[in-house]
Design a protein around this ligand. Sequence first.
Ligand SMILES: CC(C)(COP(=O)(O)OP(=O)(O)OC[C@H]1O[C@@H](n2cnc3c(N)ncnc32)[C@H](O)[C@@H]1OP(=O)(O)O)[C@@H](O)C(=O)NCCC(=O)NCCS
Length: 169
Amino acid sequence: MFSLNSEDGLDSVFICRADKDDIGEIIDLSARLAVYSVSDVRKADYSGLAERRREDLAGLYDIIYDDSMLVFAAKGPDGRVLGDIIVKLDNIEMMTGKAEGWLIDLSLEPDFWGSGIAGRLLEAAEDEARKRGMAYLGLTVTTANARAVNFYYKMGYIKERIQMFKELN
Ligand SMILES: CC(C)(COP(=O)(O)OP(=O)(O)OC[C@H]1O[C@@H](n2cnc3c(N)ncnc32)[C@H](O)[C@@H]1OP(=O)(O)O)[C@@H](O)C(=O)NCCC(=O)NCCS
């Protein structure tokens, strides 16, 4: 439970560049919220999902300060991580040949959904990506994650491609 809630104290939530000490909390949060990105069309056992997400992000300890990485955290007044955004900046968009940042993670503690903090995180990442020469910021989002989809639309993102799969057994 958080000492800060979404009714008061939001002004004291600040967005900053994350450092190594924040990574444990960021990975915990992202692993806990990975379930929201589960597809509704793959009939699978998702019991290992959080652990796989942890493994996926474990490399962050080694690359967090690389020029190709952008990691911001939203923190409460006690320094606790309430949300995070991770963007990779080393991608060239094939069709246009222009630099495109790619969103790896955006997670916000559910107690703070609807507070505007997620928008502040995304805008902070967009501003920095723009300064670093990115022409675009791209992402994938699971169709079933309607809340996230609507959030990105609200933030000005546009649907571009359809990702497909077929079950082979
Ligand atoms: C995605 C996330 C960061 C967005 O932050 P948020 O604070 O929830 O976003 P907001 O409340 O500002 O925007 C969500 C929008 O979806 C709408 N929404 C809420 N519940 C919804 C639902 N069940 N279905 C569809 N839309 C919904 C909201 O009304 C809001 O739109 P509005 O502001 O125009 O009313 C946050 O929900 C989160 O951490 N989710 C879990 C992790 C995740 O899915 N990350 C994205 C992976 S790509």
